[in-house]
Design a binder for this molecule. Sequence first.
Ligand code: HEM
Length: 437
Amino acid sequence: MATAEPPEITPLPPVAGVALPWDEVVPDPIAALGAARAAHGDTFVVDGAHDRVLFLFSPAGVRSFYGLAEEEASKGVADWRMLRRKLPAELFSGRRTLPHELFGRHDVAAHLDHLAQALDDTEAELGDEADVDVFAFTRRLAHRMGLASWAGPASARGARFEALVAALDALDASDAFVRPDLMAQVAADDQATERAALAAATALLSETLAEHDAAGPAAAPEGDLFGRIVERWDGEDPDVRRTGIAHDVVLVHLGSMSNLFAALGWTVVDLVLRPDVLAAALDDPRLLERCALESTRIAQRSIMLRHVLAPVDVDTGPDHGRVAVAPGATVATLLPLTNTTAAPGLDRWDPDRWRGRRLGPHDGLPAPELVTAFGHGSHTCPAQPFSLAVITRTVARLATAYALTPGFTGASPLPAQVGGVARAAAPCPLHLGRRDP
Ligand code: HEM
């Protein structure tokens, strides 16, 4: 670390001589951390320029990781430390809406109505024949559905939608973990591109706000999420209100774009390469959901991080026992190093390993926490039911309306990425041809 004294970890496990990808270019950080694990075992420390990270991979270590309390070892602070590399500081201050708040039962029903509308618009755009890249296609759909849900339907149509997509893609928070190699340049430019994109998104969302104000609250559908975000800024000075509402919407939207479109993309990729399973899944919604879970599990690239705020005592497993970790350190585990290797056979795509939304009993799996799609413990993804509904409804709708012909034989993850669900290393071309009615 750059500071003279890194936070104490006692007794200190082996320190791996590997760089973190935000400090210097590491072409394949997951392979580098996998090599560190092979050399040092399931518990090791990495000292970065600004972070001391304790990595945990043993069954006891990963179980302890998910048991850490937010007040002592914070996911929120760790995420903020990661995302601020890409996002301007002003986007984090004074937020009145957080992504955790979007998934009440009524909200999910409204989001799924917006999905149905987004699918109608998408079908109209595709026509009877189209060629798309799978991940560009799912990303556009996720922008459309998300913006209609929390930025008002007027933000998800026409020229405003196109301009918002351009601004939000330039601002994309996920770059902090999808392209860690670019973050040094973002810092060197003092986030100039991101600030310009945030200003553009704020101006565009202000147009929707002006229309919302002109129509009056009675015009908004009951329970409308954009209307609720707007209400939270009632009574503020017009500029503070305009910016506050836009920044609430932007932060929520960027959070929603971390994983969902990518998980949908991998589900499409895996199923169009297995037409028999796709045909069976169209007749069996529970099988389709298991396919979504399985594709997400295999595509997981998440680095799970907790920033230590108060001294914690972590059980790392038999090799190093209990370890005291001082505030300022970060505790981590990395899903791609456990999800497909923690037991024999986990490297295969097999939807039938899932029992509902839980992994079924697995020979040789030392702890259930070693495998996940949506997390374990208190931070388990609050958007899991919603995300699975989006994936299954989208695949069902597309595959019912169109014959899907892949122009690829396989796909692999972007090697520089460390965090979130994988982005693809190369385009995955897909031909859609409308089925006879
Ligand atoms: C297929 C799509 C998704 C996957 C695979 C996924 C995965 C995950 C995982 C693994 C975690 C736990 C992280 C940890 O313990 O450090 C998590 C947490 C979270 N996810 Fe998702 N997620 C998805 C979609 C979404 C969407 C669409 C949103 C909405 C904006 C969202 C919002 C959140 C939030 C707010 C948390 C933190 C919960 C907490 O700290 O209590 N997720 N997600």
